[in-house]
Design a protein around this ligand. Structure first.
Ligand code: SF4
Length: 304
């Protein structure tokens, strides 16, 4: 397709990506990131379940994501894997919970479905890793896993009809679709990328298999850096952006996600020249909105 970006390795951009990664104050940014919740648990069974449910909540306004996830996990209790062993009990615990398209029942079913996969295969990671080693690619393995969770939790898999609530569908994406599966990619990043204070390195899976969790922040940044010309936040765009990042770290392309995402959020990246919002953006020397205009007009350049 004419869309295809033929990105080439750029040493200056590589240095910039590394600098942005070094400069991100991970501990501060963690407070604005739902992965913080996963770090509160020590049992890998709880970490998996909390990661799945926190990633399911990760859409829309970050302040409300963090507040509502806090509330939800308070209701679930200190041992999520124990709570998720009984659907009726967990349904009762989450009865009053509401968040956007969700009611408590949607999240109870997600947790119970995921807990059933743990009960059968020891951990979700073990199940996922065996699906991957059977030769499935990431998306196919994930499709099977999601189907299993859906079935075990009693989340309907048929397409939505007019008047249906969207919660049961939205709580676990269907990787067969054209979407970028951002929330599931986030879940996988947390579980698979090496432990670095943000991600947990819990699953025995090669991080080079990961695809970037593409949301509007990352998409804007990726367009501004010329990583993609695709205007849709789709699976294909996510794969394309990941392939460009692979030039900079073939073993762990998604390692740049956290810093780029938080930089995009912090700058409220406007995707156009905006002296105020672009000020201090570490990517400014590589951003298509500034590159061709000469440096004379750049605001406070912090060049690395
Ligand atoms: S320079 Fe401005 S438009 Fe470009 S990536 Fe940074 S914040 Fe976004």
């Amino acid at each position: 397709m004419s869309h295809h970006t033929r990105a080439r390795y750029d040493a200056a951009l590589h240095a910039t990506l590394e600098k942005v990664r070094r400069d991100v104050h991970a501990s501060d940014r963690l407070l604005r990131d739902p992965v913080q919740f996963v770090h509160r648990y020590v049992n890998p069974l709880d970490q998996e379940l909390v990661a799945l449910v926190a990633s399911a909540m990760a859409f829309g306004n970050v302040t409300s994501i963090v507040q509502k996830t806090e509330l939800l996990l308070g209701e679930v209790g200190s041992s999520p894997h124990r709570s998720a062993s009984s659907l009726t009990k967990l349904q009762a615990q989450l009865k009053g919970f509401r968040h956007r398209v969700y009611v408590g029942d949607d999240l109870a079913r997600l947790l119970v479905g995921a807990r059933a996969v743990q009960a059968q295969y020891r951990t979700i990671g073990d199940r996922f890793s065996s699906l991957m080693s059977e030769g499935s690619d990431l998306r196919r393995a994930l499709t099977t896993l999601c189907d299993e969770i859906r079935e075990a939790g009693g989340l309907p898999s048929d397409t939505l009809k007019v008047g249906d609530r969207r919660g049961p569908k939205h709580v676990l994406a269907d990787p067969r679709g054209a979407g970028a599966n951002k929330r599931l990619m986030l879940f996988l990043r947390w579980m698979i990328r090496p432990r670095d204070g943000t991600d947990l390195g819990l699953w025995p899976i090669d991080p080079k298999a990961l695809v970037i969790p593409l949301d509007t922040h990352i998409h804007k940044v990726a367009m501004n850096l010329g990583f993609t010309t695709r205007t849709q936040v789709s699976w294909q765009t996510a794969v394309e952006v990941t392939d460009v990042l692979r030039l900079y770290d073939p073993a762990d392309p998604v390692k740049y996600d956290f810093s780029l995402c938080h930089m995009g959020m912090l700058q409220r990246c406007p995707s156009r020249r905006d002296a105020r919002r672009c000020e201090g953006c570490g990517l400014i020397n590589h951003c298509r909105h500034w590159k061709s205009h000469g440096r004379a007009k750049l605001p406070l350049l912090s060049d690395g």
